[in-house]
Design a binder for this molecule. Structure first.
Ligand SMILES: *[C@@H]1O[C@H](CO)[C@@H](O)[C@H](O)[C@H]1NC(C)=O
Ligand SMILES: *[C@@H]1O[C@H](CO)[C@@H](O)[C@H](O)[C@H]1NC(C)=O
Ligand SMILES: *[C@@H]1O[C@H](CO)[C@@H](O)[C@H](O)[C@H]1NC(C)=O
Ligand SMILES: *[C@@H]1O[C@H](CO)[C@@H](O)[C@H](O)[C@H]1NC(C)=O
Length: 464
């Protein structure tokens, strides 16, 4: 065991733990859709978003009154170049030049624009939007941004619906539809890779759930801690949520066509609070549970089973119920807010909110909120003793956790297992770091819990 090889492995592990222990947690943004005739003014919307601590917003266009309202707000925007403009954008760079000149330059950087979504779910709308235009449009927008030195600070991508996958179950078998791969998927991934951008994915566990209520449990669809783990028969990784399984199906699909390094941003996900009779599960309680559990999951740090180091970056759908959307009842009921700015249900969007910084008392729905807003950090299962021990050593050493109680004969020595000791140390580190996002990760060896951990008679403090 004490071979130089093992030592350098350990050193590598510790170095990566050092960097990842306090690495960024994921980010939560929200989609500001405006298909309603009763929505508040953009200026009021910006105030509402700021009051909720929102730092990222996605738009479906680049409306000048909206972009102006976000000026100086500190909120980063992903703006949209709509499907209707794709053909023009593909036809010439003079179109994209003037689009950039009138939709980006007058606003950025006082209005922070971090990305442009070129088209939206183009493959799913291929009857009306030629997929062949997509890549050329993306490249033309890039060329036009580059003329102003903005091509590295503003990312270009295009939201892809999960319907672009031929298979998504098990996640390791994720694959794109064969007819999309050569014409658009590969060239697009190449472009994303070259420009250091990421793939935008719209993922709705809700749709998969309503089509498969006999095989998918509600707990699994709602990211509840109580969900039974779902092993992937292809690689043995265990999934605790459909959301993570869907995300990994996209990673697997990208790997299958030779792209292993492209990051994912989930540009839409959500759960409706109301639906038609056959849209089972569309209730305010389930919507609050889905969004609340997802926010908690994202802000606790760490990634998916396939990409444990890639923190999750997610935009919830959506800010408001939008009365002018067509389709089933659910379409008009994805909002966290009614147009009058009242909450449809309460979902804290920041760690501070989750930890009780905001009023949890008014919560109408059953987000499994921790008692008195408390959270703890414990060792994860199936990490392996070696990795756990290394993380434990780090926490007690460089990490500065209080590890006196787990020394021989001390109060938390029993049970004398690596899992119990690591949990104690991780929790100490997490609490000492003010439960900061990313401080309960340890390279994927730890996770946040909302119940006081039970290891013998050991008490897990929440204050140091
Ligand atoms: C773009 O950046 C380069 C190097 O940073 C600089 O020399 C050039 O003047 C910039 N061009 C514009 C249009 O800002
Ligand atoms: C597409 O999916 C079907 C079953 O869902 C599978 O049999 C087929 O092999 C898949 N094709 C490709 C190219 O992935
Ligand atoms: C992605 O980009 C990197 C750096 O530019 C390059 O080395 C790599 O080969 C690219 N990957 C693919 C699959 O094209
Ligand atoms: C919490 O709610 C109570 C009663 O509704 C209110 O008085 C108090 O100011 C609120 N606190 C915060 C931090 O919003």
């Amino acid at each position: 065991m004490n071979s130089p090889h093992f030592l350098s492995f350990l050193l590598l592990l510790l170095t990566s733990l050092h960097y990842s222990a306090l690495s960024d947690s994921g980010t939560i943004g929200i989609n500001y859709g405006r298909l309603g005739d009763n929505l508040p003014s953009p200026a009021r919307v910006v105030q509402l978003l700021k009051s909720q601590g929102v730092t990222k917003v996605k738009l479906y266009d680049s409306d000048s009154s909206v972009l102006s309202a976000f000026s100086g707000s500190g909120i980063s925007l992903t703006v949209g170049l709509p499907n209707d403009n794709l053909a023009s954008a593909a036809a010439s760079t003079s179109y994209t030049d003037s689009w950039v000149e009138s939709n980006i330059l007058p606003f950025h950087p006082k209005t922070i624009i971090e990305a442009i979504a070129v088209g939206n779910e183009v493959f799913a709308n291929s009857a009306t939007t030629p997929t062949s235009a997509l890549l050329t449009a993306m490249k033309n927008v890039y060329t036009s941004l580059d003329k102003h030195n903005l091509s590295s600070s503003i990312k270009i991508s295009s939201p892809v619906a999960l319907s672009a996958l031929n298979s998504s179950y098990p996640p390791s078998a994720g694959a794109f539809k064969p007819d999309l791969i050569e014409p658009v998927i590969k060239p697009m991934l190449q472009f994303l890779n070259q420009t250091n951008s990421y793939i935008m994915v719209n993922a709705y566990p809700f749709f998969a759930y309503i089509d498969n209520t006999d095989t998918i449990s509600l707990d699994y669809a709602l990211l509840r801690n109580s969900a039974a783990g779902n092993p992937d028969s292809g690689n043995g990784l265990v999934y605790k949520s459909l959301f993570e399984a869907q995300t990994d199906a996209v990673f697997a699909a990208m790997s299958a066509v030779g792209f292993d390094d492209i990051k994912i941003v989930i540009t839409e996900t959500g759960w409706p609070s109301k639906g038609d009779e056959k849209e089972v599960g569309a209730t305010p309680e389930n919507a609050a549970a889905y969004n609340g559990n997802l926010v908690r999951r994202v802000l606790s740090g760490g990634g998916t089973p396939l990409r444990p180091k890639d923190s999750l970056n997610v935009f919830l759908f959506a800010l408001f119920n939008e009365n002018q959307k067509t389709g089933p009842t659910s379409e008009r009921n994805y909002g966290l807010y009614y147009p009058n700015e009242e909450k449809v249900y309460d979902v804290p969007l920041t760690l501070d909110g989750l930890n009780g910084g905001q009023n949890m008392t008014e919560s109408k729905a059953q987000v499994p909120a921790p008692a008195a807003g408390q959270t703890w950090c414990v060792a994860s299962e199936n990490v392996g003793e070696e990795k756990l021990q290394a993380a434990l050593d780090y926490a007690c050493g460089q990490g500065g956790a209080d590890c006196r109680p787990i020394q021989t004969e001390a109060t938390c020595f029993n049970p004398n297992t690596v899992e119990a000791h690591a949990s104690y140390a991780f929790n100490s580190y997490y609490q000492k770091n003010s439960r900061l996002s990313g401080s309960c990760d340890f390279g994927g060896a730890a996770h946040v819990v909302t119940q006081s951990p039970k290891f013998g008679s050991c008490d897990f403090p929440t204050g140091y």
